[in-house]
Design a protein. Structure first.
Length: 219
């Protein structure tokens, strides 16, 4: 058994599972991946030994259990990466934490109407409320890249937890045809070109669960 274990759901659907998985991969942290298929009659029973919330993702490290995607990323950064999961500069770090928390807690229409589906390829016209949420993400991406992204291709230059939180959104935007500004489109492509994002998408597309499954949001 490896020192770190990460419990995830279906890679085609579980956007929150993707966030800590991507952080562990990007920082080359060795871990055991435990996948539990969601939306099944026995899903809660299988999650019971791992997850107090009966949701994914869950991180198990020695005697510590951490659930919720952002909490897991924070724990990995603090305990394993000695803080390097966030930008080093305090101003950048504060901004990165703010946009990550906003992504985690806001955008309910995006999460409901455009759930992550690695197999999807549609050109959808968003509702007005969804269009407003897309515009807000467009503004976050453009502003962060303009202010802080001069030393790399990610939101704050080098890769950070903020990029983990927005990687599933890149998959959604690509799947449903979101229209973005030039700077945001470049960042979208940066995320989609990430080799581990590509691996996640590839794994998700190989899964056999039907596309008609309704996405249940986890944290």
């Amino acid at each position: 058994m490896k020192d770190i274990r990460l419990v995830i759901g279906n890679q085609n659907y579980s956007s929150w599972s993707m966030c800590p998985w991507l952080l562990l991969k990007m920082f080359d942290i060795d871990f055991e991946e435990i996948q539990i298929t969601l939306y099944q009659d026995d899903t809660a029973e299988k999650l019971g030994p791992y997850s107090p919330s009966l949701k994914v993702p869950v991180l198990l490290h020695q005697e510590v259990t951490v659930w919720d995607s952002l909490a897991i990323c924070e724990y990995i950064s603090e305990i394993v990466l000695v803080g390097s999961g966030w930008p080093c500069n305090p101003k950048r770090r504060a901004s990165a934490r703010s946009v990550s928390a906003e992504m985690h807690s806001e955008f309910p229409n995006l999460k409901k109407d455009w759930p992550m589906n690695c197999k999807a390829s549609y050109q959808l016209t968003p509702s007005d409320v969804l269009a407003n949420e897309i515009a807000r993400i467009n503004a976050i991406w453009s502003c962060c890249r303009h202010r802080y992204g001069e030393n790399g291709n990610y939101l704050y230059g080098r890769f950070s937890i903020a990029d983990c939180m927005f990687a599933p959104i890149a998959v959604c935007f690509e799947a449903y045809g979101a229209e973005l500004s030039g700077d945001a489109t470049i960042y979208l492509q940066t995320l989609l070109d990430n080799p581990f994002v590509q691996k996640w998408i590839s794994f998700g597309r190989r899964e056999k669960e039907p596309l008609s499954i309704v996405y249940a949001s986890n944290a």
